[in-house]
Design a binder for this molecule. Structure first.
Ligand code: ATP
Ligand code: MG
Length: 469
C-alpha cells in the first residue's frame, strides 16, 4: 500500500527538543530523522553497508539472552508488564500459520476491542517465524532469520483511556539505545514508512544504526476494510525490536549467526570440517547490507560485488561462501524446527505441517551439501539444550521432537530414492523423443504426486542431460 506520509506526522516534541531534522535519502527517496545535518542517506539496507562489523557502536557486548533480559527489564522499569511469549503457531489469526510479529498475538481480538489485552502497556519477547525471508537466511549474514525474537512493547489506546503514543514510544526506543547501550545518539536514524499487516495499518519509523534496521515502531491507526483505510477507535503502539539484530549490533561479529549461535555454529563448522576465513567473512558481511536475495540473479550480482572487493573471482568466492551460508542456515532452521515441533506440529502436506516439511527438506539438503546429514538429530538436540533453559517446553518435548524429526528424515530419504528412479525414467522418455528440456508441468506433477521439490528434480534431471528452468 503506497501511502504518502504527512510532513508533520512525526513532528514530535522529542525530535524537536533533541534537534532531529527531517531529511530525504538521496538513494531511496525516503524521509528520515537524524541529528546529523550532514546525513544524506537513510541508513537502512540496501542504501548503506554495515559499519558495525568488528566495530560495534554499543558500549555493551551482550548475548541474545542478556539482550532479551535488558530489553524486558528496561520496559518493566518504564511501567510495562512483562508477559510470557505466546505459542509460535498462530492461535488467533486465520490468515497465517505462524506468528510473524509480536502484534499477531493481539490481532484481531485485542486490536479490534473485542477483548482487553493481558496488560496495558505490556512487553514481550515473542519468538517469530518468517518463511518469506527464507532465501535471505545466510546471504544477508544474519539480518534475516526464519526464527527470531521480536521484542514488542505495546500500548493500546482507547477513546476513553490513553496510555501513550508517538512521542513516548520513540523516546523509550532512543533511551534504550543510547542510555542503556551507549550508542551515540547522532548515529541513529528514524526512517519514515507506512506499515500494513493483519488487517491493520499505520505510519511507522524504522530505526537504523550502522546500516542495520534494528526496530520498527508502528502507530496503528487504521483497520483495512475492503482495501480501504478506515480509522480505528483503538490506536495501537506496535513496536518490534529485532532482538537478534540488537545482539549482533552489540557484538559486531562477522555474522549475526556468530552472535546468536556461538557454540552451536562452531559445532556445525567442526562437523563439516569448515575453517572459515574471518577476514573474508567480515568483508563479505559488511557488503551484505546492500543485499536482498530474491533470485539467483541477485545472488550472482551480490557475489560479484564481494568478489570485486576481495580480489577473488566470484566463482571461487561462491565455492567458499556457499558452505558457510549453508552452515548458517542449518543453525537457524534446526532451531526453528525444534520450536515448531515442540508445539505439536507434525510435518505433512498441509498448512503448518507443510511448512515444517519444507524446512526439514531444506535443512537436509544443506546438511547433505556439507556431507553431515547424519548429524541432523545431534544438531537438533544441541538446539534443545541451548534454548531449553529459556523455553522449557523444548526440554519437555525433547523426545517427541527427536522422534518426529527422525521419522520425517526417513520418509524424505525414501521419497528421494523413489523420486530418482521416476525422474530418471521420465528423462529417458523425453530424450527418446528428442526433448531436452524438462517440462514445468512435470515439476508440478512430481511435486504434487511424489512430494519431490523442484530443486531435487532439477539436480537429477540435469545429471541425465536435460535442461530444467
Ligand atoms: P527487513 O526489511 O530488514 O527485512 P522488516 O521491515 O520486514 O525487516 P519488520 O516487519 O519491521 O521487519 O519487523 C520488525 C523488526 O523485526 C525489524 O526491524 C527487525 O529488527 C526484526 N526482523 C524482521 N524480520 C526479521 C528476520 N527475518 N530475522 C531477524 N529479525 C527480523
Ligand atoms: Mg521494518
Amino acid at each position: 500500500m503506497n501511502v504518502k506520509i504527512r510532513e508533520d506526522e512525526f513532528l514530535i516534541p522529542f525530535f524537536k527538543e533533541n534537534e532531529f531534522i527531517r531529511k530525504q535519502c538521496k538513494i531511496c527517496g525516503s524521509y528520515f530523522w537524524t541529528q546529523n545535518p550532514e546525513a544524506e542517506i537513510c541508513g537502512d539496507s540496501p542504501c548503506q553497508n554495515y559499519t558495525f562489523i568488528n566495530n560495534p557502536p554499543t558500549k555493551k557486548h551482550l548475548s541474545l539472552r542478556e539482550m532479551r533480559q535488558l530489553f524486558l527489564s528496561f520496559f518493566e522499569k518504564n511501567g510495562h508488564e512483562v508477559i510470557k511469549p505466546y505459542p509460535i503457531v498462530a492461535r488467533w489469526r486465520e490468515d497465517v500459520y505462524f506468528v510473524g510479529a509480536s502484534i499477531f498475538n493481539f490481532q484481531p481480538y485485542v486490536t479490534d476491542g473485542v477483548i482487553p489485552p493481558p496488560a496495558n502497556p505490556l512487553v514481550v519477547s515473542q519468538p517469530c517465524l518468517r518463511f518469506n525471508d527464507l532465501d535471505n537466511v545466510g546471504p544477508t549474514a544474519g539480518r534475516h532469520l526464519v526464527i527470531f525474537e521480536m521484542g514488542g512493547a505495546h500500548a493500546f489506546n482507547y477513546p476513553n483511556k490513553k496510555v501513550y503514543w508517538k512521542d513516548e514510544t520513540i523516546r523509550f526506543h532512543h533511551e534504550f539505545l543510547t542510555k542503556e547501550l551507549g550508542v551515540n545518539s547522532s548515529a541513529v536514524t528514524y526512517k519514515e514508512h507506512f506499515w500494513v499487516g493483519g488487517g491493520n495499518a499505520g505510519p511507522d519509523v524504522e530505526a537504523c544504526v550502522a546500516g542495520l534496521e534494528i526496530s520498527t515502531l508502528v502507530f496503528m491507526v487504521y483497520k483495512i476494510i475492503n482495501e480501504n483505510l478506515i480509522e480505528s477507535p483503538i490506536k495501537t503502539v506496535d513496536t518490534g525490536y529485532g532482538i537478534e539484530r540488537w545482539t549482533w549490533l552489540s557484538q559486531g561479529t562477522v555474522s549475526g549467526f556468530h552472535a546468536i549461535y556461538d557454540s552451536i555454529l562452531n559445532k556445525i563448522f567442526e562437523y563439516a570440517g569448515l575453517k572459515p576465513d574471518e577476514k573474508l567473512l567480515a568483508e563479505s558481511s559488511k557488503l551484505s547490507g546492500e543485499m536482498n536475495i530474491e533470485s539467483l540473479k541477485d545472488k550472482i550480482e551480490a557475489r560479484k560485488k564481494v568478489a570485486e572487493k576481495t580480489g577473488l573471482n566470484w566463482v571461487e568466492l561462491d565455492k567458499i561462501l556457499t558452505p558457510i551460508e549453508a552452515a548458517y542456515a542449518i543453525a537457524d532452521h534446526t532451531k526453528a524446527l525444534a520450536f515448531i515441533i515442540s508445539e505439536g506440529v507434525v510435518p505433512s502436506n498441509v498448512e503448518e505441517g507443510y511448512l515444517a516439511r519444507l524446512l526439514v527438506r531444506r535443512t537436509y539438503r544443506m546438511l547433505k551439501l556439507l556431507g553431515i546429514e547424519d548429524k541432523f538429530l545431534d544438531i537438533i538436540d544441541l538446539q534443545i539444550s541451548y534454548w531449553g533453559n529459556d523455553f522449557p517446553n523444548l526440554k519437555l518435548m525433547r523426545n517427541e521432537i527427536l522422534e518426529i524429526l527422525e521419522a520425517e528424515k526417513e520418509k524424505y530419504e525414501k521419497t528421494v530414492e523413489k523420486g530418482v528412479e521416476t525422474v530418471k525414467k521420465l528423462s529417458a522418455n523425453l530424450k527418446a523423443k528428442k526433448i531436452f528440456e524438462f517440462p514445468i508441468e512435470y515439476l508440478i506433477e512430481l511435486y504434487d504426486s511424489h512430494g519431490l521439490i523442484p530443486e531435487i528434480v532439477k539436480e537429477i534431471a540435469e545429471k541425465e542431460g536435460l535442461q530444467v528452468l
